[in-house]
Design a binder for this molecule. Structure first.
Ligand code: AMP
Length: 250
């Protein structure tokens, strides 16, 4: 069984994001970039499926600028077998990424795609769903557990107020939620080994995909800054403020 894991290069989750002075986008120049955390979880799950003998090959794919190679290398150091960089300077939207992934799925004969549930930069939460629609494949989104047997993926999903278990006939699309697993750190020997693994570089046009954006960003702005707090003299003053100013108690 061949697995595809799409990994996106995003601003590291520890970085406090800043908006560019012209309000056009988030500043990425000189900012630490990392693999999208949900994609680390997806990669970990793919590796565990290979360790269990369920998967035979894991391909990590990233679409974007040349530096996305680093993100693919991280996936290779964790345990993916080989990588594909679909290189473009165009700012990619989920539909363009889904079209790219569809072309790769068909070219490589993929049986299961495990994506992150969402990329923490644009918070789209759309690529996996769009890919499932384009391929006409079943999808299990927000997975907190994946079991594969007899050509079926049994997915436990985190839904409002509980868990839902669904059975998908393979080939299928799964998106990883936070509680699916705890991703491993790449060990130094594995980082060294990953340097020898192959990353093929292609362009969207090689796949017949036009990645041109369809959305226009009108403005990006920072949230209003929080006002400074105050110190109250005693409990009575606190209760008075909660009751009469904040009006959160009666
Ligand atoms: P999104 O729909 O943008 O929130 O992204 C959901 C998931 O799609 C991510 O967690 C990745 O697994 C995948 N994805 C989105 N954009 C890219 C990209 N440029 N390259 C590789 N994977 C991506």
């Amino acid at each position: 069984m061949k697995l595809l894991v799409p990994v996106k290069r995003v601003v590291d989750y520890n970085v406090k994001v800043r908006v560019k002075s012209d309000g056009s986008a988030v500043e990425t120049a000189g900012v630490k970039m990392s693999m999208n955390p949900f994609d680390e979880i997806a990669t970990e799950e793919a590796i565990r499926l290979k360790e269990k003998g369920v998967a035979t090959e894991i391909i990590a794919i990233s679409a974007g600028i040349a530096a996305c190679q680093e993100t693919i290398r991280t996936a290779l150091a964790m345990g993916a077998d080989r990588g594909i960089l679909v290189e473009t300077d165009v700012a990619l939207e989920p539909l363009a990424v889904a079209k790219i992934l569809k072309a790769i799925v068909e070219k490589e004969g993929i049986d299961l795609v495990i994506l992150g549930k969402q990329a923490i930069d644009d918070d789209m939460n759309a690529t996996g769903q769009m890919l499932a629609a384009l391929l006409g494949w079943p999808q299990g989104t927000f997975a907190s557990k994946i079991e594969i047997a007899d050509g079926t993926a049994t997915i436990t999903r985190e839904v409002d107020g509980g868990l839902e278990t669904i059975a998908l006939k393979l080939p299928a699309i799964v998106t990883a939620d936070l509680r699916l697993n705890e991703p491993r750190y790449a060990s130094l020997p594995n980082i060294m080994k990953a340097r020898k693994k192959t990353i093929d570089t292609i362009k969207p046009a090689d796949l017949g995909v036009d990645p041109a954006p369809r959305l226009t960003t009108i403005k990006v702005s920072e949230p209003p800054s929080r006002k400074a707090g105050i110190k109250v003299a005693d409990v009575a003053a606190l209760i008075d403020k909660l009751r009469n100013e904040a009006k959160v108690i009666s």
